[in-house]
Every structure is written in structure tokens, then in C-alpha cells.
Design a protein. Structure first.
Length: 437
């Protein structure tokens, strides 16, 4: 039987401040600082994460770092102790993030593994699923991905056509998913699929825990404009999934996915406490945290130019306001003063701030970013500029976030939906994609 929490607080709702049985935050910070200095490798100057993190070697290095943190008692700081975590508060996670900024960290696990999918499993997984997967993931043995979007669905997740048909002790999975980041290297996925076509579209969905690399699943990588092949499309050819891999209740997958999307909005908005909290607009170095806009200005000798100084100041203001908003909204949600969908505010702020800063960087760099001739901060921002819309799409587009804020936070009327009360089998839809030959 799947778990369906009924209390207002979910298992992944963690305390903002330490409780009496927890280690003092200052003592924890000192212990973490000493261990990091003694055991972890500082990042190369000018880098903010593991070099070559998307290569096979980079991913394996992230797995090794997860194991190292786990053995030292610094993995899963806010995950419950019964699943291999440390059972600490948001304040402890912030202290750890601040101290860890200058060192190699397994940030490859941040999104979606630690900040989106494991918290969702914590909320709705069975006890057996949590005991099986959370400790292994905190040790770096498992990496996760979400199978949500489909080629025919756009932002309409509830219109999923990938189907799972119950056949005795298994669900037979068929269809296709797309835009799954890093699926070719991941081990497991949470997959949204349709199990009932005779009810309204939101009520006939289920979520399955799927082992990715098995017969019947084909993973195809997609080349992006910046050369990355991180995104993938998956094809499911009548794959048998054991029925005990159902997460939540059958036909109630929208409840699970709604919670997953709340975690995703917090994660993409840099407000999740389940992974290292990154400092927006900053680059970690051995001795300090610097701003790429400042680095570009110094590289090009524009420090005295008044227009450049104004652009740098604008970027600095954005980088200060966004984390303040994240802190306020996150605190409000955890205290029950703001509804869960308020996480859309964090996600929207992070996306718009990231886009604005990327555009500021190109304005400052000028042809040094456009030509990509000289190595350094200016040319690096060209790639950032090309992929600047990523955060505006991952976890739902900016337009979706504005709808969520207006309807579920401000209480404004919902948009008209012609298929709201119709059985999904009667709704006009596109053709289900089939496996590539």
C-alpha cells in the first residue's frame, strides 16, 4: 500500500531553525569548516563547480564526493536520520552551503535528484521505497531524473499520453517522455503516466518509480544550441514495472506531481534546503566569492566607464534582492503563512534575474562575448547568454508561474479549460509518439 500523507505537514517539511535535540548551528558550522579545510579540494580559481561536471569523469567524481560526504556525516543534512540523512534544520543547511562554497561539491546531484525527486519520494513513497533508495542516493550510488514532459504536451503535464496498464503484479508502460535532463546517466526516474482514460485528465494519472536502463526503454540524447546533449527523449516499449513501484495512490498521481512541482519550483528558484544552496550571480574561488560582471569589467579594463559601472550596479542589486525574496517566501511557506504554490514566486524571480544578468553581462562584454576569441570571463558569458532561458522553462515556463501566482496565491479566477470535466478518452489530443526504428 502506498503512503498518502493526510496531515498539513509533509515528511519533507523541515524546521527552519534547530530543535533542542539538534546540534547547535554555530558548533555545526565550526565542525563543517574544519572538515572541509582538511578533507575537501578547493575549487580552481574562477570556477563555481566541478570542472567538466557533465562528462563521465565529472559525474563519477560527483558520485565519489557524495560517498565521501556520507561517510563523514555531511550528506543529506535535512533528510531524516532513518534514511541515512542528518535530520537537521534549514539553518544547518545554510551554514553548510556557506562554508562549502569554495570547495568541490557534488552539485550534479542538486537538481533534480536531491532537491526534487528524493523529497517527493520522502513525501509519498512507501516505507520500502524510501529505505531502498534514499540511503543509496545519499551515498552517490543512485542518480535520479523526472519523466514528466511529453512531445505532444508542452506545459500541459496533466495531458500525459504515456500509459501504464495494470496486468497482474505489473504495470505495462508505453509511450514517450522528453526534455529529461541527464536521463542517459541517471539510474531511476519518477514517471507520470495515465492509468485511467475514463475520468477527467487530472484524476487518471499515476506515478511509477522506474529503473531507466532496462529492456524496453530507449534513451535518445538531444543536441542543444550550445552543444550540450544533456536533454533526452525516452521511448517505452511495453516495459513491465512491478506494481509495488507505484508512488502514491493509483489514479492520484496529480497529487504526487503537484508536490513534486512545488519542490521543483523551490529548487530552480534556489530555495530548496535539500541541496547545496548556490549563491546567485557569484563565482566561488579559493579565497573569495566574486561576481562575473565584475570579472568581465576587470578583464576588459572598463572599471572607470560610467555606463559599465551602472550595469554592474544593476546586476548587483538583482543578485541581492533575489535571495532575500527566496528567504522570505521559503520562511513563509515553512511557517504556514504562505501557501505551497508560493514557491512559484521563487522560481519566477530566479528565472527573470538570471536572464537579466546574462543580458547585462553581454552588454558589458560587447564583442568580447560575441566573438568568443579570448578566453576568460567575457567569452564564458556567451554560453551563459545562449542558455539564459533555461531557468525560465525548467519547472514550468514563466507564464505558468504567473498563472500559479495569480490563481493559487492571489485567488484570481482560473483560466477557462474546455476539457475540465470531460473524460480524457473524449478529449481531442495528438498522436502518441512511438519508438524510433
Amino acid at each position: 500500500m502506498a503512503n498518502t500523507p493526510t496531515a498539513s505537514r509533509m515528511p519533507s517539511d523541515i524546521p527552519a531553525q534547530p530543535t533542542p535535540e539538534m546540534e547547535d548551528v554555530d558548533a555545526f558550522r565550526e565542525r563543517a569548516r574544519a572538515w572541509l579545510a582538511a578533507r575537501m579540494k578547493p575549487l580552481p580559481p574562477g570556477e563555481w563547480e566541478i570542472p567538466n561536471r557533465d562528462t563521465d569523469e565529472g559525474v563519477q567524481h560527483a558520485r565519489d564526493l557524495m560517498a565521501k560526504l556520507f561517510d563523514a556525516g555531511f550528506s543529506g543534512i535535512c533528510f531524516p536520520k532513518e534514511y541515512g540523512g542528518q535530520g537537521l534544520s534549514v539553518a544547518h543547511m545554510r551554514a553548510w552551503s556557506e562554508e562549502a562554497q569554495r570547495y568541490e561539491m557534488p552539485t550534479k546531484f542538486n537538481i533534480p535528484t536531491l532537491t526534487i525527486l528524493l523529497p517527493t519520494l520522502l513525501d509519498y513513497g512507501t516505507e520500502a521505497q524510501k529505505q531502498e533508495h534514499i540511503p543509496k542516493t545519499l551515498r552517490g550510488e543512485e542518480m535520479w531524473v523526472q519523466f514528466l514532459s511529453e512531445p505532444t504536451g508542452g506545459s500541459d503535464l496533466a495531458g500525459a499520453l504515456t500509459k501504464a496498464t495494470r496486468d497482474g503484479d505489473v504495470y505495462v508502460l508505453s509511450g514517450s517522455k522528453i526534455w529529461s535532463s541527464g536521463a542517459y546517466r541517471a539510474d531511476y526516474a519518477l514517471c507520470l503516466c495515465r492509468t485511467n482514460w475514463d475520468v477527467q485528465k487530472h484524476r487518471g494519472l499515476s506515478v511509477l518509480l522506474v529503473k531507466i536502463h532496462q529492456p524496453g526503454i530507449q534513451v535518445e540524447q538531444i543536441r542543444q544550441i550550445n552543444g550540450s546533449m544533456e536533454f533526452c527523449q525516452e521511448f517505452f516499449d511495453d516495459v513491465p514495472i512491478p506494481a509495488d513501484q507505484l508512488v502514491g495512490e493509483e489514479d492520484d498521481g496529480w497529487t504526487v506531481v503537484s508536490r513534486l512541482l512545488q519542490h521543483e519550483r523551490s529548487a530552480v528558484g534556489n530555495g530548496s534546503a535539500f541541496g547545496v544552496i548556490m549563491q546567485l550571480g557569484a563565482r566561488r574561488t579559493r579565497g573569495e566569492t566574486t561576481d562575473p560582471l565584475v570579472d568581465i569589467t576587470k578583464q576588459l579594463g572598463l572599471g572607470a566607464d560610467p555606463t559599465t559601472r551602472q550595469l554592474v550596479a544593476e546586476g548587483r542589486v538583482l543578485s541581492l534582492v533575489q535571495p532575500a525574496l527566496v528567504d522570505r517566501v521559503g520562511t513563509g511557506i515553512r511557517a504556514g503563512k504562505l501557501p505551497g504554490p508560493s514557491s512559484a514566486l521563487m522560481k519566477l524571480a530566479n528565472a527573470t534575474t538570471g536572464i537579466a544578468r546574462a543580458e547585462l553581462a553581454v552588454k558589458i562584454a560587447g564583442s568580447a562575448a560575441a566573438a568568443w576569441v579570448e578566453p576568460g570571463p567575457a567569452s564564458q558569458q556567451a554560453g551563459v547568454f545562449l542558455s539564459r532561458q533555461t531557468a525560465a522553462l525548467a519547472g514550468g515556463s514563466n507564464e505558468i508561474q504567473r498563472n500559479i501566482i495569480s490563481e493559487r496565491v492571489l485567488g484570481m479566477p482560473r483560466e477557462f479549460a474546455p476539457d475540465k470535466d470531460a473524460a480524457f478518452k473524449d478529449v481531442k489530443r495528438n498522436t502518441i509518439p512511438t519508438r524510433k526504428p
